[in-house]
Ligand binder design. Structure first.
Ligand SMILES: *[C@@H]1O[C@H](CO)[C@@H](O)[C@H](O)[C@H]1NC(C)=O
Ligand SMILES: *[C@@H]1O[C@H](CO)[C@@H](O)[C@H](O)[C@H]1NC(C)=O
Ligand SMILES: *[C@@H]1O[C@H](CO)[C@@H](O)[C@H](O)[C@H]1NC(C)=O
Ligand SMILES: *[C@@H]1O[C@H](CO)[C@@H](O)[C@H](O)[C@H]1NC(C)=O
Ligand SMILES: *[C@@H]1O[C@H](CO)[C@@H](O)[C@H](O)[C@H]1NC(C)=O
Ligand SMILES: *[C@@H]1O[C@H](CO)[C@@H](O)[C@H](O)[C@H]1NC(C)=O
Ligand SMILES: *[C@@H]1O[C@H](CO)[C@@H](O)[C@H](O)[C@H]1NC(C)=O
Ligand SMILES: *[C@@H]1O[C@H](CO)[C@@H](O)[C@H](O)[C@H]1NC(C)=O
Ligand SMILES: *[C@@H]1O[C@H](CO)[C@@H](O)[C@H](O)[C@H]1NC(C)=O
Ligand SMILES: *[C@@H]1O[C@H](CO)[C@@H](O)[C@H](O)[C@H]1NC(C)=O
Ligand SMILES: *[C@@H]1O[C@H](CO)[C@@H](O)[C@H](O)[C@H]1NC(C)=O
Ligand SMILES: *[C@@H]1O[C@H](CO)[C@@H](O)[C@H](O)[C@H]1NC(C)=O
Length: 396
């Protein structure tokens, strides 16, 4: 491909970041309703490191991905937009805070002089508070915003789960997994050991292995890896779909508008936001890689992304003045660099083409979500009139 990107740096970046290490997280395999989880010190460290990595990439004037005119040391709060998906408890919000601590660490440059001439520095050596949850650090509770946690209370999503678990490919995979799941039984406590429950199986093994010394020392070699293999396969089938605009892709379909709007706003001369961060869990990554055809050129990314993974939509302008988007991915703390992905076979595509390719699968409003899920009551759906809905009233 011809690199038409100018060398002047980026205009801005939209990031999807996965939360860090956390306590055990149970998800009902038939609804994906979930319990609370909390971030651990390991998790905050992972997010902090991710923030440092993003700082080196986007806030360092010597980096090829430096963002034009961005404030490098003292945060300019108008340049950041941060949203956290609160569906699984505080872990995602707390992850966003830890990431921001690495992005804009404490600095003496934030010192201020008072009216009486005294100088003051905030605690912890100039810690930079990213204040005002309501203004630009939004935490979205799932019942308020179907754009995040859009798979919850979504009837068609539950039908999709039922179809998946009944499919012959799933039955075959269950048969293949059976000897392993039987051998794993002594390490599962009270967790059911069938393939339908593989998310909870993998999560239990992973959390225990990470935090419990006895468990770490007794779990047979390869068991964590095998559990991950089956969890990757099942979750990838749950959160993608054979048809791009089908409900399996719902986690990314409801996030796409935020991505278009953030990128679209960055092209406007009056715009101030240069980094837009959506802190989420693993689900939208799978749908994103599926609907952009990124998995066609990189098949190995069709799985669960590690904690503190990040996807970047980098916005630049080419020599013809067109805005272009490029997709990059870093799979948790094990990858030290970004990996360039391809969308629809291309390293970089125009913003117009990006939106054009995906517009038809996008869910951009609550009513759109209600229709796409056959939900007429919960999450704000009860206010709409469904008398014209061809799905509820065939033939009208
Ligand atoms: C950066 O600032 C310069 C000078 O103020 C301006 O000409 C340019 O358009 C700005 N670029 C961006 C991407 O904001
Ligand atoms: C989801 O789980 C919570 C408890 O974690 C429970 O209060 C709520 O009723 C459940 N919702 C559904 C739809 O099952
Ligand atoms: C499942 O296994 C059966 C028997 O081996 C086979 O006929 C069938 O094609 C398999 N289904 C899929 C989707 O792979
Ligand atoms: C598999 O595990 C799930 C989740 O615990 C449970 O609801 C289901 O009944 C189990 N299925 C079988 C066949 O045991
Ligand atoms: C740690 O693992 C051991 C061995 O599996 C288990 O008996 C113990 O209950 C675990 N401890 C905690 C706190 O989960
Ligand atoms: C998207 O996922 C489905 C399985 O849900 C798969 O059949 C399809 O090949 C995937 N598409 C791409 C481009 O990877
Ligand atoms: C800017 O963002 C708002 C929502 O925040 C959206 O309605 C608008 O369409 C966006 N503008 C562009 C040019 O994408
Ligand atoms: C991320 O890395 C893990 C191994 O640490 C692997 O199991 C997983 O498939 C990778 N995920 C993606 C999306 O590349
Ligand atoms: C996406 O990949 C599929 C094969 O999985 C191919 O048929 C389709 O043409 C590709 N779409 C684009 C826009 O590249
Ligand atoms: C990808 O690049 C090819 C060749 O330059 C071009 O024909 C195609 O339109 C591009 N696809 C998208 C989605 O921009
Ligand atoms: C939502 O998408 C539809 C087309 O699918 C479009 O007509 C409408 O303007 C979009 N709404 C917003 C708020 O972007
Ligand atoms: C959608 O929900 C309605 C009840 O609200 C039900 O009668 C209808 O069968 C559902 N449609 C499908 C396709 O499941």
């Amino acid at each position: 491909m011809v690199n038409t990107t100018t060398t002047a740096g980026l205009i801005g970046v939209v990031l999807l970041a996965r939360h860090g290490d956390r306590t055990e997280y149970y998800q009902d395999p038939n609804t994906f309703n979930a319990t609370q989880a909390y971030i651990t010190p390991l998790g905050s460290q992972q997010e902090y490191e991710l923030g440092r990595f993003l700082r080196d990439t986007y806030l360092n004037p010597d980096s090829p991905s430096f963002i034009q005119n961005i404030s490098t040391d003292v945060v300019n709060i108008d340049q950041l937009a941060v949203r956290a998906d609160a569906g699984g408890g505080n872990v995602i919000l707390d992850s966003a805070y830890a990431l921001l601590q690495g992005l804009y660490p404490p600095t003496k440059k934030s010192e201020m002089t008072l009216g009486n001439g005294q100088t003051v520095l905030s605690p912890l050596g100039g810690y930079q508070y990213i204040p005002g949850e309501l203004t630009y650090m939004q935490s979205l509770e799932f019942w308020q915003a179907p754009s995040l946690t859009s798979w919850m209370d979504c009837e068609y999503f539950q039908l999709h789960l039922g179809r998946l678990y009944a499919a012959s490919a799933f039955k075959n995979m269950s048969t293949k997994a059976e000897p392993f799941l039987t051998a794993l039984k002594p390490y599962l406590g009270s967790v059911d050991n069938n393939l339908t429950n593989i998310w909870n199986i993998y999560d239990h093994v992973n959390v225990q292995y990470t935090h419990n010394k006895t468990y770490y020392e007794t779990l047979p070699a390869t068991f964590l890896e095998q559990a991950r293999y089956y969890a990757n396969w099942v979750q990838n089938n749950v959160f993608t779909d054979t048809v791009q605009n089908s409900v399996g892709n719902i986690a990314i379909r409801t996030l796409l508008p935020e991505i278009y709007w953030a990128l679209g706003n960055m092209t406007q001369p009056s715009n101030k936001v240069k980094i837009s961060i959506q802190e989420v869990d693993y689900k939208p990554f799978m749908g994103l890689f599926n609907v952009t055809n990124a998995t066609v050129t990189d098949p190995d990314i069709a799985g669960i992304v590690d904690y503190a993974s990040v996807v970047a939509f980098e916005l630049s302008q080419n020599s013809q003045g067109q805005h272009e988007v490029s997709l990059k991915f870093k799979n948790g703390t094990q990858d030290s660099e970004f990996r360039q992905l391809k969308m629809f076979g291309n390293t970089s595509i125009t913003l117009d083409s990006f939106i054009h390719q995906l517009a038809w699968i996008t869910i951009n409003s609550t009513i759109n979500w209600c229709f796409s899920c056959n939900q007429t009551v919960l999450r704000g759906c009860s206010v709409f009139n469904y008398s014209e809905d061809p799905f509820l009233h065939p033939g009208t």
